[in-house]
Design a protein around this ligand. Structure first.
Ligand SMILES: [Zn+2]
Length: 256
C-alpha cells in the first residue's frame, strides 16, 4: 500500500462534515442504549460524552474510556467512533465511557487546534481552554478506568503506530494492537517517531511529569484516571477508509 503523498506541512487529505457525523453518532448511540451527557459547549456544538454500563450483573466490569476528535485535522477518529457505535459489538462485561469528538469546531476548520488556535491536547496540565476545563470536570466525576484508548492520526507518519503508557507493567496492549492492525494498514517501523525511540510501531514514553511542561489528554489520564492505556495514531497520508479500519481494528483488539 502506497502513501498518497498529499501531506506537505500538514494534513491535505479528505475532510468530513462533522455536523453530519455527530448527528449520526448521536443517533447510533441512542439506538443502542447509550446514555448521553453534554458536558460543555464549543461554539455551536455540544461536547458529548456517552456511557454504556456492563450488561452482566454481579460481576466486576472492565472500565474502559475511549476518546476521539481532539485534533480537528484527524477525521478518522470520529469516523471510527461512529463505526464502533453502529457496529455495537461491545463485550458484555465492559463498562464504557466514550467522548467521540472533543474538538468539533476544529473539524469545521480542518485544523488541529480549537478556534483560538490552541492545541487542546497540550492543555491538560493547567487547563486554559473552556473545552478542556469542562472535559476534566467531567472526567473528575467518573470512576477510575481500567484502561483508556485515545484515537488520533499523524499526517507525517509512514504507517500506524501507538504510544503505550503502562507504569505498573501490566500485561501490555501494544503488541496485540499492532498484530491486529498490521494486516489492514502499514505499521511505521521507524526507530524514532516524533523524536521518541520506537520499536515495531510502539512508543513507550517516559512518564516523569517533570519532563512534560504541557500535558496531553493521555498524560492527564495516566496521572489521574487510569494506569494503562494507548494513544493510537493512524497515518493520515493513507486513504481515509484504511485509517478508519485501522483504528476500529485497534479498539476491537483491545476489547477482545
Ligand atoms: Zn492527534
Amino acid at each position: 500500500m502506497e502513501q498518497l503523498g498529499k501531506n506537505h506541512d500538514g494534513y491535505h487529505g479528505e475532510t468530513i462534515d462533522i455536523r453530519a457525523v455527530l448527528r449520526d453518532i448521536e443517533s447510533a448511540a441512542q439506538q443502542h442504549g447509550w446514555t448521553p451527557e453534554i458536558f460543555g459547549r464549543q461554539g455551536e456544538f455540544n461536547l458529548l460524552a456517552l456511557h454504556r454500563p456492563s450488561t452482566i450483573n454481579h460481576q466486576p466490569s472492565t472500565r474502559i474510556y475511549l476518546s476521539a476528535g481532539i485534533h480537528g485535522d484527524e477525521p478518522a477518529g470520529p469516523l471510527a467512533a461512529l463505526r464502533l457505535l453502529r457496529e455495537n459489538r461491545w463485550p458484555a462485561n465492559a463498562e464504557i465511557w466514550f467522548c467521540p469528538c472533543l474538538n468539533p469546531v476544529g473539524f469545521t476548520l480542518n485544523h488541529r487546534e480549537n478556534s483560538d488556535g490552541i492545541d487542546l491536547n497540550r492543555d491538560y496540565r493547567q487547563p486554559q481552554t473552556a473545552e478542556v476545563r469542562a472535559h476534566i470536570a467531567w472526567l473528575e466525576r467518573q470512576p477510575q478506568f481500567d484502561l483508556y484508548l485515545c484515537l488520533h492520526e499523524d499526517w507525517e507518519s509512514h504507517g500506524f503506530y501507538l504510544y503505550e503508557q503502562n507504569p505498573d507493567s501490566q500485561p501490555p496492549l501494544a503488541e496485540t494492537i499492532i498484530e491486529a492492525v498490521k494486516n489492514i494498514c502499514p505499521i511505521d517501523l521507524s526507530e524514532t517517531i516524533e523524536d521518541r525511540p520506537a520499536r515495531g510501531g510502539i512508543i513507550r514514553p517516559n512518564l516523569d511529569p517533570n519532563t512534560r511542561p504541557k500535558w496531553a489528554e493521555a498524560f492527564y489520564l495516566i496521572m489521574n484516571k487510569a494506569r494503562l492505556g494507548c494513544t493510537l495514531e493512524a497515518p493520515s497520508d493513507f486513504p481515509l477508509p484504511v485509517r478508519v479500519n485501522a483504528l476500529v481494528a485497534a479498539v476491537t483488539a483491545v476489547l477482545k
